[in-house]
Design a protein. Structure first.
Length: 247
């Protein structure tokens, strides 16, 4: 009898990395909730971190190095710290009620994309990141890392925080750089804590072709699709994913 997740997970991966390539984030928001349905929370969190590192390296190498290094490098260090702490806690935490909590959280984020971020025009947001990270920037980044290590989803806090300040191109550039360091820290922490097993690795390997296709399609559509409609699409996908988790 075929192992259904090995057919379903690559399809989910395609959607997840299409969104990541076009926006700079969103992998775990799609891959972890839907992956949890088919392989459980722990496996979904671990293999999503592996794929996120692979995609992050590809995007980082194929996009201009973000400016304002005194902004994004300290934030990357903060998200790494939070990711390590969250990954260690995950080793000893039983994720009872994970689906309900995650579903409710993602619905809130999905509604924001539908009615908040989707209504913003690039001209009303800064195209240049701040020159230096503030204590507030570092706190949000560390909290995002903690969420990523614990639940495999680090995006919501920092995406909301930066998304209210930066235009699409600047936001995407920052998120690609910051999340590469965060996902790398999570993956290494899971490996050190013994959470990375053969099944998680196998799911990652079979999903790489879908990952590459998703990155290719998302990168080509990044400039062409209007921000308002793409934000609404992401919001709709997130809400549907969350409802599936809850019900």
């Amino acid at each position: 009898m075929p192992d259904i997740p090995f057919f379903i997970i690559p399809l989910i991966t395609l959607l997840a990395f299409f969104i990541k390539s076009a926006t700079g984030f969103g992998t775990a928001l799609i891959l972890v909730p839907l992956g949890t349905v088919f392989v459980g929370a722990h496996h979904a969190i671990v293999f999503s971190s592996i794929l996120d590192v692979v995609a992050g390296i590809i995007l980082f190498l194929n996009n201009p190095m973000p400016e304002s290094r005194r902004f994004w490098i300290p934030m990357s260090a903060a998200i790494v710290t939070g990711s390590i702490i969250g990954g260690i806690i995950l080793k000893f935490l039983q994720l009872h009620g994970f689906e309900l909590f995650m579903g409710a959280f993602i619905i809130v984020l999905g509604l924001w994309f539908l009615f908040g971020r989707g209504g913003n025009d690039d001209s009303s947001l800064s195209s240049i990141p701040p020159q230096k990270a503030s204590s507030g920037d570092l706190s949000v980044s560390a909290f995002s890392g903690l969420c990523g290590g614990l639940f495999g989803i680090s995006g919501p806090p920092i995406v909301f925080y930066l998304g209210t300040r930066l235009a699409k191109t600047a936001l995407r550039s920052m998120l690609i750089a910051i999340f590469l360091f965060g996902s790398s820290a999570r993956m290494l922490t899971y490996l050190a804590m013994g959470l990375m097993d053969l099944r998680a690795l196998s799911l990652s390997v079979v999903s790489i072709p879908a990952l590459l296709l998703g990155l290719y399609l998302g990168n080509h559509l990044f400039i062409r699709i209007r921000e308002i409609w793409f934000s609404r699409l992401i919001g709709a996908v997130l809400i549907l994913s969350a409802l599936r988790l809850i019900f």
